[in-house]
Design a protein around this ligand. Sequence first.
Ligand code: ARG
Length: 594
Amino acid sequence: NSVESNFCILEELKNIFEVAIGSAYPDLEDPPIIITLSGNNPKFGDYQCNSSMAIAQLLKAKNVKTNPREVANNILNKTPTSPLIEKIEVAGAGFLNIYLNKSLVEHVLNSIFRFGIKPPPVKRERVIVDFSSPNIAKEMHVGHLRSTIIGDSICRLLEFLEHDVLRINHLGDWGTQFGMLIAHLQDKFPNYKTHSPPISDLQAFYKESKKRFDEDEVFKKRAYACVVKLQSGDPDYIAAWKKICEVSRLEFQKIYDHLDIKIIDRGESFYQDRMVATVKYLKENGYLEEDEGRYIMWGNPDTHEGIPLTIVKSDGGYTYDTSDMATIRQRVEEEKGDRFIYVTDAGQHTHFVTIEACAKRAGILKPHQKVENVVFGVVLGEDKKKFKTRSGDTIKLIDLIEEGLKRSLEKLVEKGRDKVLNPEELEKAQKAVAYGCIKYADLSHNRVNDYVFSFDKMLDDKGNTAVYLLYALTRIRSIARTAQISEEALLAEAKKTGFKLTHEAEWKLGKVLLRLPEVILKVANDLYLHSLCEYLYEISSAFTEFYDKCYCVEKDKDGKIVKIYYERLMLCEVTARLMEKCLDILGIKTVSKM
Ligand code: ARG
């Protein structure tokens, strides 16, 4: 009865086999503990321990005569009994097939049902997640959308594990481009200080000023002078800069509001003073090399492997590299972070590898600390080319989201849902589907790959899509509703009888439901969210099989309820809660009706 709802089978098996292998082979240092799921064939058990082959190899290297099967038998003999394990069999070349004990699974399900889903216990860390991070006055493009969606979901997952998460929007809000923007602002809206400039399209404004900058020498000179004024902190120029940032921020906020993203703005400008201090620190400690008037820094000064950072330009200015060195320093020293995550497109990977190497070299990062660059591929259109509008322009995110809303409504109407749902419910469903499908399409693919953006595919109600899952969930929820059993009544029943997994399909579903903790721990480590999506889809497939084979409520031919299977309704409830939890981590809102 002491098993908690956050019981993690995989962790427990690892503990058991660590003990077994340790006592079978006490002389081996750090023997590999390899436990995996057995796959779909029930004759291989539920989980497998595959350490025997690797251990046999290690022993052979020490001139011990043995083979994997013998190793497997030795491990088996030392395996302590556990309420988790029904039996273990040695199979094939030396696999240990592990069969789970049903009553333990039933116990855990019962505690999930009675006490809710709890996160598996982990050591609490302060995690800094740098994501979204568009650039002021430039467009927020689909790459930023991916960063926003992936980053938010990573935060949600780590927050579920009760880590201390800092969500940072590292806006590109500083740099030489502000010179021309300010000069153009002064000409176009001379009274910008008293009246907010009515810039409706900041990108067009950016293009205009860029055009002048490229074509007009006088303007160019003024733009440079503006940068100097801005960097020296002249209040007029700071005011102009603030106005421009403000216009951009309002645009970005619209996207965040649609997608329900919480994030703290802390752009490059935040690090101005820290950049000065960091450059001083790097210079004084001899990390910088002069190179044609610039100051550069190598990750490895001896091998000159990779590319160096440009810390100070020949004109004395700072760069993206300088700001990221100051940033990592601030995150280590002031924020006291334990983990540093940056969600960007794969194109920036070399940059972050170099930042990590240089930060380690300079003693900013401790040897065990990492820069975790969560990279993702590019978004392609349905023609597999760069994602563009039909006329060849880049797609504005806000237009994309509006298109999603429109298409989602069309889909619901096509299915006749507008006749069943009231206007408020319909709108809720429309939003859940639109935002859900955009997020899920992104998160369900291995993020390192490029991915094809297709509303037709995302809005399909078959296959591994948000729409399919949202429908599946409402269907599960409606089962208990038709049985007219309240949650309290079910709870009373659970206290009395507990869970019983009798039918094969119930047993199969039950085992899938217990895997949330192991999936969560894996994703928290490798930050590949598609594993969580796969798990979610697996739950819904196991549920479908169960529901096909097992009555939850039996009715007579007049539709009168003749028998209610309480344990099965509990299984429905636990399934629904787990699906909701997974969707919540993915940032997807559920609806009770759609
Ligand atoms: N603003 C950058 C871009 O649009 C992303 C910033 C990522 N974060 C960082 N600390 N460099 O590509």
